[in-house]
Design a protein. Structure first.
Length: 212
């Protein structure tokens, strides 16, 4: 019981039963991971999250009843600290960006080797973003290497000051979702793995300055 409690609890969400079983077999072979639930739709995922309280949700973007990025946003609304890792066949830049803006912390293709999927689960569990270099580079190029907007610089400054998304939203009079989207956009533009790295990079480049 205690041994299982120390493992990373993963919920698998995919509408294909064979894929769910394959992922469960693969992940359960890892000593530090326990698959505590599986779901075939967003509706099932909502129920499983309430019951099982997983650490990481590994999910596809093809979802019956609800589009994948909508499901991610709703899952994050229900449980703001939930860490979601996308594992899908969709590799268009639009899907990647929308998933990250919705709240996903990682994005992998189903062709990803087993060891890299396991590593991604561990990274996301450690509250680090996981976007393979190839996907990150494509996304960066698609966005035209655009500069951070004034609002994003304001958000980054507050991140550097240690504020949470909720506190940033309250300070700037915007919604929690909008604050989260701004942070996600900053991470992509700065090619940062997490909030701390994004803030540190912005300070180092002289993009923001902390108030004295």
């Amino acid at each position: 019981m205690n041994e299982r409690a120390n493992k990373i609890k993963v919920l698998i969400v995919d509408d294909h039963p064979v894929v769910r079983l394959g992922l469960r077999t693969m992940l359960e072979s890892e000593e530090n991971i326990a698959v505590t639930g599986m779901a075939g739709s967003a509706k099932e995922a909502f129920a499983e999250i309430q019951r099982k309280q997983p650490d990481v949700v590994l999910m596809d973007l093809r979802m019956p009843e609800m589009e994948g990025t909508e499901a991610i946003a709703e899952l994050r609304r229900i449980q703001p600290d939930l860490r979601i890792l996308v594992l899908t066949n969709y590799e268009s830049d639009e899907y990647i960006l929308r998933a990250l803006q919705a709240g996903a912390m990682g994005y992998l293709l189903k062709s990803t080797p087993q060891d890299e999927i396991v590593q991604a689960v561990e990274m996301v569990h450690a509250n680090k973003r996981c976007i393979p270099p190839g996907i990150a580079q494509r996304l960066f190029e698609t966005m035209g290497r655009e500069e951070l907007s004034q609002r994003e610089l304001e958000v980054l400054t507050l991140v550097a000051m240690g504020l949470t998304n909720k506190q940033i939203a309250e300070r700037l009079f915007i919604s929690d979702k909008t604050a989260r989207n701004h942070v996600a956009s900053c991470l992509v533009k700065l090619e940062a793995n997490d909030r701390t790295e994004a803030a540190t990079t912005a300070i180092r480049r002289g993009l923001i300055r902390l108030p004295e």
